[in-house]
Ligand binder design. Structure first.
Ligand SMILES: [Zn+2]
Length: 291
C-alpha cells in the first residue's frame, strides 16, 4: 500500500549536531559579544541581557536534569571553569545563518563538539523548550558517553529530542499516529539512512513501511517528510528504551556501541531479554500500541 504522511513542522525541532568534519565550523564574525557567566555555562549575546540571563538559568536547570536522566548525576563537575559550555545567541536568524557553515537550510541551531559550543539566535517560540535542551543534550551525551568518533545519527538525534521534555507528550502522540497510519519506516531502514546526504528534499522517496501486522508495505515520502519521519522514529525508539528499561541500561547500551559493538550485539548485551533487531522492533511496536 502506498501511503503519504504529513507531520507538523511546528512540533519537531530539527537540527544536526556537527561532527569533526574539516569544513564544519563557525565562521569568524565581527559581532561584539557581551558575556554572562554561570557555573557550567558562558552565554554570549548582543542586546538584551535579560534574555541571556534567562538562557543561563534554564541551561543550568536542564544540565542537572539531563545528566540525572542519563545516569550521570555524579559527574556534575564535568563542565566547570575552563570546560564550561559556551552558548552564542545571534541577534537574528540571518546573522546566525551567515555565521554557521555546513548547516542545512532548515537548521535553527547547532552544537559544535570540539569547542563545546552551541549557536543559535534569539527566537522566543521553542528556544527554551526545544533548542536549548536539544543542543545541550548533543554535547552532554558525547562528553559523558565519550564517543571518540561519529555517533549513529538516529541515536544522537533521538536522545537530543527526548530531552526536550516539554514536547514529549506531543512527540509521542505524533509517533503513534504516524505508526498507525503505516507511515513509519523499518528500523533497518532508519539505521541505514543518512539524512544529511539526501540528494534533494524535492524528490519523493519510496521505502519499506513498518507495518503493524508485520506484512509487506511501502511508504511514500517527500524529502521533507522523510526527514521528519526519521526524527520522529528516532525519538520514539529512545523513549521506548528509556521508559521501558531505564536510563542506566540505556547508558550501558550506548557504551557498547561506542566500543564497537553493532546494534544487534549492543542490544543483546544491554537488554538480555531482547534477542535482536526484529525482536527489538516487535517490542517497540507493542510500546507504540500502548501509548
Ligand atoms: Zn540535533
Amino acid at each position: 500500500m502506498f501511503k503519504s504522511i504529513r507531520i507538523s513542522r511546528q512540533i519537531l525541532y530539527l537540527s544536526l549536531a556537527l561532527v569533526f568534519s574539516p569544513a564544519a565550523g563557525h565562521a569568524a564574525d565581527d559581532i561584539r559579544w557581551q558575556e554572562v557567566k554561570g557555573t557550567h555555562f558562558l552565554i554570549y549575546y548582543v542586546g538584551e541581557e535579560r534574555f541571556a540571563r534567562d538562557v543561563l538559568n534554564k541551561a543550568e536547570g536542564y544540565y542537572s536534569r539531563i545528566a540525572d536522566e542519563l545516569g550521570y548525576a555524579r559527574y556534575q563537575w564535568f563542565w566547570t571553569w575552563d570546560n564550561r559550555c559556551k552558548i552564542y545567541i545571534y541577534p537574528d536568524h540571518e546573522s546566525f545563518s551567515k555565521a554557521s557553515l555546513n548547516q542545512p537550510g532548515w537548521a535553527e541551531g547547532m552544537a559544535e563538539y570540539k569547542s563545546r559550543s552551541i549557536y543559535s539566535y534569539a527566537w522566543k517560540e521553542g528556544f527554551f523548550e526545544s533548542l536549548l535542551p536539544h543542543e545541550m543534550t548533543h554535547l552532554i551525551f558525547r562528553d559523558f558517553i565519550g564517543f571518540p568518533g561519529e555517533i549513529p545519527l538516529w541515536l544522537d538525534e533521538g536522545i537530543a529530542q527526548w530531552e526536550e521534555e516539554a514536547r514529549r507528550p506531543q512527540m509521542k502522540a505524533m509517533a503513534k499516529k504516524a505508526y498507525e497510519e503505516s507511515g513509519f519506516l523499518t528500523i533497518k531502514d532508519i539505521m541505514q539512512l543518512d539524512i544529511r546526504y539526501l540528494p534533494s528534499t524535492e524528490n519523493v522517496y519510496i521505502r519499506s513501511a513498518l507495518s503493524r501486522d508485520g506484512g509487506p508495505g511501502v511508504v511514500l515520502l517527500s524529502g521533507e517528510n522523510l526527514i521528519k519521519t526519521y526524527y520522529l522514529e528516532a525519538v520514539s525508539m529512545i523513549g521506548f528504551m528509556i521508559e521501558r528499561y531505564g536510563g542506566e541500561t540505556f547508558t550501558v547500551f550506548c557504551r557498547d556501541l561506542r566500543d564497537g559493538k553493532d546494534f544487534q550485539d549492543a542490544i543483546r548485551a544491554a537488554y538480555p531479554n531482547i534477542t535482536g533487531i526484529k525482536d527489538f522492533e516487535e517490542r517497540w511496536k507493542e510500546y507504540l500500541d500502548k501509548l
